[in-house]
Design a protein around this ligand. Structure first.
Ligand SMILES: Nc1ncnc2c1ncn2[C@@H]1O[C@H](COP(=O)(O)OP(=O)(O)O)[C@@H](O)[C@H]1O
Ligand SMILES: O=C(OP(=O)(O)O)[C@H](O)COP(=O)(O)O
Length: 411
């Protein structure tokens, strides 16, 4: 697929038009439903500003979290944040496609912006299916007729085949927003498969996603070394036959991660260059925090330990390219942020070209004040890895189909 030839905002005249803009405002959320970081919201500001300045009425749609997770919340705080960043009032409606949302969309004037509520409040948005299925969802059927154009700026969700990502482009002329364009152009340019060694440092909580992308990375030999952290590393330790103690095994079971052990074991047996932590920071039932070796863990794992930080940092130093995605521990709690922070620091001090992905790492880079040393910070985590591993991203594929259908293809 010729991604660079996808149409952009340069290819449409939005003046006086109604534009549906898909963004990814999905941000880390604290105990009181407050946003812990606004970098993903900020990343979309250039696209929104440009659309408004060019005279469009802009309706913004995003998801936040996943059903059942603690960060699955309304987008009301995002609207407040966006208002502050734009310096202009952002309308918000506690609805996505119901009568009130449709009334507000119809009444929106050029130069105004309206944020719809969390699109994953709709059951159908939580199902992945091909574009020809998603264009038939209620969401697409009810909303598409209210718009002239669809703009996709949500690079971080580009690996999902959900209605708000792949359904609208089937029925509306569609283009990439400035953030989507920037990510695709930058990553196509900077990731040179010939430069090595390439070290991938992969952590975070989305283990099934990470595992399937690791399979791709290994198959396409994209990484020379994969250093695992976070929940992902727990899976690989179990796959190596290590008992992580009752509390962690229960946690992994509850999250459905133990069912992935055979897949992880297969990868390890294939000789994939996957490293696991030597030690962890754990917390016991009384709340005591300690460091325990990976082969003898008793408490609940919350971060990688000091020996792991040291050994991973040495490996990172030898790399020419470092790709890092997902935190090494439960970094929302400052007591368990050290592993993530130190690995980010090691990468930034290594002299290697660095690519960081995902909301959590962006927050750490800003905290360290080392943004100027970064090669590329991607707003995507899973989407970034999928892109680098050579997987086709459904969002881009849908934009390509749309461009052909509506005569917007370039080149
Ligand atoms: N060992 C661990 N146990 C439980 N949760 C973890 C662990 N390590 C990381 N996490 C959790 O992973 C989540 C972030 O994962 P993910 O969404 O994949 O990353 P990102 O948002 O950076 O793309 C965080 O909420 C963090 O608390
Ligand atoms: O945070 C996101 O992805 P990431 O954790 O891979 O960075 C995106 O908002 C996609 O969310 P999803 O993985 O729930 O589809």
């Amino acid at each position: 697929m010729s991604q660079l030839k996808l149409p952009t905002l340069d290819d449409i005249d939005v003046s006086g038009k109604k534009v549906l803009l898909r963004v990814d405002f999905n941000s880390p959320v604290g105990d009181n439903e407050e946003l812990l970081d606004d970098s993903r919201i900020r990343a979309h500001v250039p696209t929104i500003k440009e659309l408004l300045e060019r005279g469009a009425a802009v309706v913004v749609v995003s998801h936040q979290g996943r059903p059942g997770e603690s960060d699955f919340i309304t987008l009301e705080p995002h609207a407040a944040k966006l208002s502050a960043l734009l310096g202009q009032s952002v309308q918000f409606v506690e609805d996505v496609m119901g009568p009130e949302a449709r009334r507000r969309i119809k009444n929106l004037k050029p130069g105004e912006v309206l944020l719809l509520d969390n699109v994953r409040f709709l059951a159908e948005e939580n199902i992945n299916a091909p574009p020809e299925v998603q264009e038939k969802t209620y969401l697409v059927r009810r909303l598409a007729k209210l718009f002239d154009y669809y703009v996709n700026d949500a690079f971080a969700t580009a690996h999902r085949s959900q209605p708000s990502i792949v359904g609208f482009p089937m029925v509306l002329p569609s283009v990439m927003g400035r953030l989507m364009q920037k990510e695709v152009e930058a990553l196509s340019k900077i990731f040179n498969p010939k430069v090595s060694p390439k070290v991938f440092v992969l952590g975070g909580g989305k283990v099934p996603d990470s595992l399937s992308i690791i399979e791709n990375i290994v198959e396409n030999k994209v990484a020379d070394r994969i250093l695992t952290t976070g929940l992902l590393s727990e899976l690989f330790l179990v796959a190596k036959g290590i008992d992580l103690g009752e509390s962690n095994m229960k946690f992994l079971e509850k999250k459905g991660i133990l069912s992935l052990v055979p897949k992880a074991r297969k990868l390890l047996l294939s000789g994939a260059p996957i490293d696991v932590p030597l030690d962890f920071v754990t917390v016991d039932e009384e709340g005591n925090v300690k460091v325990e070796p990976a082969y003898n863990v008793t408490g609940l794992i919350r971060d990688i330990g000091p020996a792991t930080i040291r050994s991973y940092s040495e490996l990172i130093k030898e790399a020419k390219v470092v790709v890092m995605r997902g935190p090494a521990g439960v970094m929302e709690d400052p007591r368990f942020r050290k592993g993530t922070k130190e690995l980010v620091r090691a990468a930034l001090e290594s002299g290697a070209f660095t690519i960081f992905g995902g909301g959590h790492l962006t927050a750490v880079i800003e905290e360290l004040g080392m943004k100027d040393r970064v090669g590329h910070i991607s707003t995507g985590g899973g989407a970034l890895l999928a892109f680098l591993s050579g997987k086709e991203l459904p969002a881009l594929k849908a934009l390509e189909i749309s461009a052909r259908k509506f005569g917007l293809i370039k080149g």
